[in-house]
Design a protein around this ligand. Sequence first.
Ligand SMILES: NC(=O)C1=CN([C@@H]2O[C@H](COP(=O)(O)OP(=O)(O)OC[C@H]3O[C@@H](n4cnc5c(N)ncnc54)[C@H](OP(=O)(O)O)[C@@H]3O)[C@@H](O)[C@H]2O)C=CC1
Ligand SMILES: O=CCCC(=O)O
Length: 291
Amino acid sequence: MEVGFLGLGIMGKAMSMNLLMNGFKVTVWNRTLSKCNELVAHGASIGKTPAEVINKCKITIAMLSDPAAALWVVLDKDGVLEQICGGKGYIDMSTVDPETSCRINEAITSKGGQFLEAPVSGSKQPAETGQLVILAAGDKALYEAAMPAFDILGKKSFFLGQVGNGAKMKLVVNMIMGSMMNAFSEGLTLADRSGLNPRDLLDVLDLGAIANPMFKGKGPAMLQNNYSPAFPLKHQQKDMRLALALGDENSVPMPVAAASNEAFKKARSMGLGDMDFSAVFETLKVLKHSS
Ligand SMILES: NC(=O)C1=CN([C@@H]2O[C@H](COP(=O)(O)OP(=O)(O)OC[C@H]3O[C@@H](n4cnc5c(N)ncnc54)[C@H](OP(=O)(O)O)[C@@H]3O)[C@@H](O)[C@H]2O)C=CC1
Ligand SMILES: O=CCCC(=O)O
């Protein structure tokens, strides 16, 4: 099967490489073109623009940073819209808000193309090992046509109905995850400041009712101040912001998520936006001990 792939950041590089290693013919494009080199060394072709990739491939996947990037790649000069037409499908796997996804859907379908949003749960390592959870919505026929690729990329795919539902599900999940990371950071800090060994806290948590892969995976690295990015903090803050907007629209009070968003904003203001989102832990270290 041949696919196009737009966006070779942390996720896009791992996902497109995984497709390539599993026998797919892949044509890649990235805004910073040099990031295509590693994929080309493994057999990928390059498209010089998003339009060129769409022209070549029946199905094209995008994995871009945020709503502005997702819209730019579709609507701008040499973008997806210039070549999309009947018989071609466009799958946006970026995390965006439902309104952005609906705008892209309208643009693609107005030219006769098929559109699917398919954001993912799971980070760099699940992307490398094909263990993502795919949250698709939109054109059901395109979902079925893309299943061979989804089977490589993910351990489970959900079809959630109309465009917007995939984006909403993803934002709800990441809103919970961002709030959990803040509670975890506060717990590690409280353990330390009150004279406990935070490593003991990790062991206790891992044996109880709130054990989870995130605490287990990130905790030891956090205690070593290691925030090598798997999920960049700036993207987690974007997701909190978009989830809070969804809460606004639906009159859902979310004081925990709002406080977590402030903590991620503070971390960004400290220059930690490109670090892993677990670097929000650092915002608590600047607090002085009370006498
Ligand atoms: N990392 C993770 O664990 C996960 C991330 N996600 C989501 O996936 C998406 C990608 O994340 P990730 O790979 O981590 O992000 P990165 O920051 O590593 O990569 C972002 C990608 O978007 C491109 N990009 C940014 N701005 C523009 C623009 N204006 N026009 C064209 N391309 C642009 C970048 O191009 P360039 O190289 O030129 O900068 C790069 O290819 C995000 O929506 C994120 O929220 C979802 C699940 C997990
Ligand atoms: O959007 C990023 C999600 C990261 C994860 O699910 O571990």
